[in-house]
Design a protein around this ligand. Structure first.
Ligand SMILES: Nc1ncnc2c1ncn2[C@@H]1O[C@H](COP(=O)(O)OP(=O)(O)OP(=O)(O)O)[C@@H](O)[C@H]1O
Length: 718
């Protein structure tokens, strides 16, 4: 890796364009051999933008393909870390698990492959040293007008090239393969942590980390690619440094001193000029992701926008987001320009410096002509090694932004719930003022967590009980209920009503464990009977409450249509492999579809695909009406057949007959239910009604028999 880039300032070539210069005509052959020996397809080039034909430093200003989601709408939540020790710690934390924690066969293979890549990298340095000597002999023969020697050296040179090419090619090949494996492992690992404990839900909208999907895709890719690349570069540099320092020192020690002073000076100045690039790169990643997410939202909501004729507004919004990204990119370009002025100057001087120092020796006849070439080549190698920061400052700035973004993501995944709440509160609104306000009010957020308990369905048939629930919004800011009690027993049907915004859905979220700021206890009781899907006696529904074992199924107003086949829709959250043939046969699934009045869907799919309609793969959320999607969600509920269904306005898009049919199916399948909704028709499908109220800061809840409630009171209170 790194070799090509590191050769850019090499002696004998124009520092920026690779053309030979008068002052360094002699070493041209060596430079040419380096070009061959270090093909342009080296790892460094890939990392440094070979795909785009640009150096790594500019990578952050390119557009990445990512389905980025915007979580933080309040600007940049996290500042790029300028602290080198923080970046280093984050780097170690991100990079080490793949190489150290995993003890499986894959990890061993990766370690062996890494050792191989390191060995090949050493081989590459060996080849450079070899060409350094070959170049010296070649130019000595030329300068001495030794015709036989010249042709002999030419043959040796040509014969050596094919022997060493595999070293470079295989180093690049294996390091690319290794990067791919590392990326796969890291992405899969982070994805699992992202889903673990419903972290994906908590991070959504909390304002803690923006665009987690970009971090999981593009950032992980950039991290593994660059980390591997830089490791190889550093290894190469160290070995190069040792090898060529020897050569240079043996030729003329003062030249070595000049080199060290030059490199230190260059590094200090580069750091000074390029420092702002770290923060600019960090911001660029976010602004690009925000812009892409706006485009994705337009695609997802195309129909609504079209109905509203909202094109002008959307274009304005896109323009403004693009402008933010471009303004920042321009800042980056300006800083890069300043850095380039210095880097170009630095590179050109490299060509003259060794010749200027060593030429007097040649004029005095103390050294041969070929030694000038050799020292220039060695000088270039060493200087490139010790000037890593100068030549790759932009790359390092981009890399540290990537480390920051991934590091923050991992920290958010590992954070405790209350830490996330506080971080979100500190970030929302941004700025020191908001942070101080959040800190002052932090005790509210820490007020406590709702307790969750599980058990088997009792003799009384309790399925769910909520005791003394005083619920708050996740940021702890607003109270939603006070000392709320409710319970659902087998065969029960409870309707929760109340004015819009009173907190009905929030109570469901608390039951599901999605919101747990507040006090009180939620008890879920599951049956001993085998679960409908996995048939092993454990409960089936991970969509259910905070624990693993709850037998509750939630149906939101807007059903979630999975990407996949019709069968996948019905079995979700399980897949076909988990379905038991006896309980989930095609006949049974078709029957359920008929129950929910979607039998024709099966025929439609069969007609379109020519095979079993259950295996038809369509974009369900766009090819089914909202009412059809709600019925399909009911079908999913019947297939899973939990003890308790919690329905949040899940029949809002259905006609009255279909709604009645859905509720009667719940009875037929023996599913108890708790509904939330405003529709007057709901009253007759429930035995009990719980009315939530909030008046003048007072919270109350009244439980009554549905039969006791007349329609007028119901309409007024819901
Ligand atoms: N993520 C959130 N953070 C803070 N407050 C929220 C959040 N989501 C909702 N709220 C607020 O919590 C309150 C209760 O919302 P909830 O959705 O539970 O009401 P609801 O009774 O179900 O209303 P509706 O009948 O209109 O659906 C509302 O005032 C709402 O603005």
């Amino acid at each position: 890796m790194g070799a090509d880039l590191r050769r850019r300032p090499g002696a004998g070539r124009d520092a920026t364009r690779g053309t030979s210069t008068a002052s360094s005509r002699a070493p041209r052959g060596v430079a040419a051999s380096r070009v061959k020996a270090r093909p342009s397809g080296s790892r460094a080039d890939r990392i440094l933008g070979r795909r785009t034909g640009r150096p790594l430093g500019r990578r952050p200003f390119t557009t990445r393909a990512s389905g980025a989601r915007e979580e933080g709408v309040h600007g940049i939540q996290e500042a790029a870390s300028a602290d080198v020790s923080v970046i280093y710690k984050r780097f170690i934390k991100l990079a080490s698990p793949y190489w150290t924690k995993e003890k499986n066969e894959d990890a061993r293979q990766a370690q062996i492959m890494l050792a191989g890549v390191f060995a090949l990298t050493l081989g590459c340095t060996g080849v450079s040293v070899l060409f350094n000597f070959l170049g010296r002999d070649f130019y000595n023969a030329l300068a001495e007008k030794n015709v036989d020697g010249f042709w002999h050296q030419m043959q040796v040179y040509l014969a050596t090239i094919p022997c060493v090419i595999p070293v470079f090619v295989f180093r690049d090949f294996f390091s690319s393969k290794l990067q791919l494996q590392w990326r796969k492992w890291m992405t899969q690992n982070l994805t699992r942590e992202y889903f673990d404990g419903r972290r994906y839900y908590q991070l959504q909208g909390e304002g803690v980390v923006d665009n987690p999907d970009q971090r999981l895709s593009a950032d992980v890719n950039a991290f593994t690619d660059t980390a591997l690349g830089f490791s190889l570069t550093i290894l190469n540099c160290v070995v190069d440094l040792v090898s060529f320092s020897n050569i240079l020192y043996s030729i003329y020690p003062p030249l070595f001193g000049v080199l060290i002073v030059y490199a230190i000076g260059g590094t200090v100045i580069s750091l000074q000029i390029g420092k702002p690039l770290v923060e600019i790169n960090f911001k660029q990643e976010k602004t690009e992701a925000d812009f892409r997410y706006s485009l994705i939202r337009i695609r997802d909501n195309a129909e609504s926008i079209a109905f509203f004729r909202g094109e002008r507004k959307e274009v304005e919004m896109l323009d403004s987001r693009l402008q933010v990204a471009l303004d920042n990119a321009l800042r980056g370009i300006l800083k890069s320009r300043d850095l380039s002025f210095f880097q170009s100057f630095y590179k050109y001087i490299i060509q003259l410096l060794p010749a200027a120092v060593i030429a007097p020796l040649f004029f005095r006849g103390e050294i041969e002509f070929g030694v000038i070439n050799q020292s220039a080549s060695a000088f270039s190698h060493i200087l490139t090694d010790v000037s890593l920061v100068v030549f790759q400052f932009e790359s390092l700035a981009g890399f540290s932004a990537t480390i920051d973004r991934l590091g923050q993501f991992v920290e958010a995944l590992e954070a405790k719930d209350e830490e996330l709440v506080e971080a979100a509160r500190a970030n929302v609104g941004g700025g020191a003022e908001a942070k101080m306000k959040a800190e002052a009010e932090a005790p509210v957020a820490k007020k406590g967590s709702i307790r969750y308990e599980t058990g088997e369905v009792s003799a009384e048939g309790d399925i769910l009980s909520v005791e003394d629930l005083s619920l708050r919004t996740p940021d702890g800011e607003s109270k939603l209920t006070e000392h709320l009690n409710l319970s659902v027993q087998r065969g029960d049907s409870l309707l929760v009503i109340g004015r819009s915004g009173v907190g009905k859905t929030s109570v469901l979220r608390a039951i599901a464990g999605l919101w747990n700021v507040g006090e009180g206890t939620v008890r879920n009781f599951h049956s001993k009977a085998p679960s409908p899907v996995n048939g092993n006696g454990s409960s089936a529904n991970p969509e259910s409450n905070g624990g693993e074992d709850y037998d509750i199924f939630f149906l939101p107003q807007r059903p979630y249509m999975v990407l996949g086949t019709l069968r996948d829709q019905l079995l979700y959250p399980f897949d076909s492999l988990e379905a038991t043939p006896s309980r989930h046969s095609d006949d049974f699934l078709s029957e359920v579809l008929n129950h929910v009045l979607l039998g024709d869907l099966l025929e439609r799919c069969e007609a379109e695909t020519g095979s079993c309609g259950l295996d038809a793969n369509m974009d369900w959320s766009s090819c089914l009406s909202l009412g059809e999607q709600q019925r399909l969600a009911f079908a999913r509920l019947l297939v899973n057949r939990p003890n308790l269904a919690i329905l949040d306005e899940s029949t809002s898009a259905l006609d009255v007959q279909s709604e009645e049919r859905m509720y009667s199916l719940l009875g037929t399948f023996g599913i108890s239910y708790l509904s939330v909704g405003h529709r007057p028709t709901l009253l007759k499908y429930h035995k009990k009604v719980l009315q939530l109220k909030r008046e003048a800061g007072e919270y109350s809840a009244a439980l009554m028999e549905a039969s006791e409630m007349d329609m007028e009171t119901y309409l007024l209170s819901s």
